[in-house]
Design a protein around this ligand. Structure first.
Ligand SMILES: [Zn+2]
Length: 317
């Protein structure tokens, strides 16, 4: 019998050491896990055990030399960029982070669960084919999209990225790929500076990249209006077989790295809107993976709200 919602997490995710005072820190997951365990949703989740992604799977989205480049930096604890710091164990944990997303993707693809959330770190959406940046080593969500296509025969995939920062890495990876629709809503101007409305995909994939930059101060109402008026019609046109979510929760009003004003209730509604559309085109199949979110209170209450909707969605908003 298909269960409603899978959940992947591994305690080794806490061992990715980004150094003192780094916003992408283990406490993000500790706080989110504690909040989930204290909530009524915890007992209802179907646990999924992450296993490390294989190097060949990383290369679904990355250059062949890239995994070894990351491995060497981690082994020697050399930062990948000024803000993308790594520890000795970070390579293995990054494989386990990607692997967590692949395992929930597999569970949804084979019908063990209807939807799933992978609570992983390090995050992935800033990593391009050959460049790590913005706390991201391997592009978990991009690898999962190609994994579904190559190992599970899925055709069209949509990625919805609501992290407050533009998902530049994911965009780059699929810019010429008309089989993957990429949507990003993000604060602008803000790191990494990309994601204008005019970035719409290469000539042959025109229209399969959709960016909606939002001014500082945007909140639930503005985000819900964009989802209702822009994203949902575009997804309906594209008609994906699976929807992936790059679920960063740094658009939360408490987040120290951004100036948008979303609430946990806002993330609930965004989740419902995607689930409703997924019922139309994708048999309800939704795979969500954690990206950013740097306020412990903001990320943990948003994770609970998001997972609650994945579990309780009954087909109508
Ligand atoms: Zn972010």
């Amino acid at each position: 019998m298909t269960q409603q919602t899978g959940f992947a997490y591994h305690p080794d995710y806490l061992n990715h050491d980004t150094g003192p005072n780094h916003p992408e820190r283990p406490d993000r997951l500790r706080a989110s896990l504690a909040a989930l365990q204290e909530s009524e949703v915890w007992e209802q989740l179907h646990p999924i055990e992450p296993v490390p992604a294989r190097v060949a799977q990383l290369c679904y989205a990355h250059n062949p030399a890239y995994p070894e480049h990351i491995r060497r930096h981690c082994e020697q604890e050399i930062p990948l960029t000024y803000d993308t710091t790594v520890g000795h164990e970070s390579y293995d944990i990054a494989l386990l982070s990607t692997g967590g997303v692949l395992r929930v993707a597999e569970a949804v693809a084979i019908g063990t669960v209807k939807n799933a959330f992978a609570m992983v770190r390090p995050p992935g959406h800033h990593a391009t084919q050959g460049q790590s940046m913005g706390f991201c080593l391997f592009n978990n969500i991009a690898i999962a999209a190609r994994y579904l296509q190559r190992e599970h025969g899925v055709g069209k995939v949509a990625i919805v990225d609501w992290d407050v920062h533009h998902g530049n890495g994911t965009q780059d990876i699929f810019y010429e790929d008309e089989t993957v629709f990429f949507f990003s809503i993000h604060q602008s101007p803000l790191y990494p500076g990309t994601g204008s409305r005019y970035e719409q995909g290469s000539e042959k994939a025109r229209g399969t990249t959709l960016n909606v930059p939002m001014p500082e101060g945007s909140g639930d109402d503005e985000y819900i209006a964009v989802f209702t008026d822009v994203l949902i019609p575009a997804l309906r046109d594209f008609s994906p077989e699976v929807i992936l979510i790059s679920a960063g929760f740094d658009a939360h009003y408490l987040d120290p790295l951004a100036g948008t004003e979303l609430t946990a209730d806002g993330f609930s509604t965004l989740t419902d809107l995607i689930l409703e559309l997924a019922e139309e085109t994708a048999s309800g199949r939704v795979i969500s993976a954690l990206e950013g979110g740097y306020s412990l209170e903001g990320v943990s209450e948003s994770v609970v709200a998001h997972v609650e909707r994945l579990l309780k969605f009954d087909g109508s908003v």
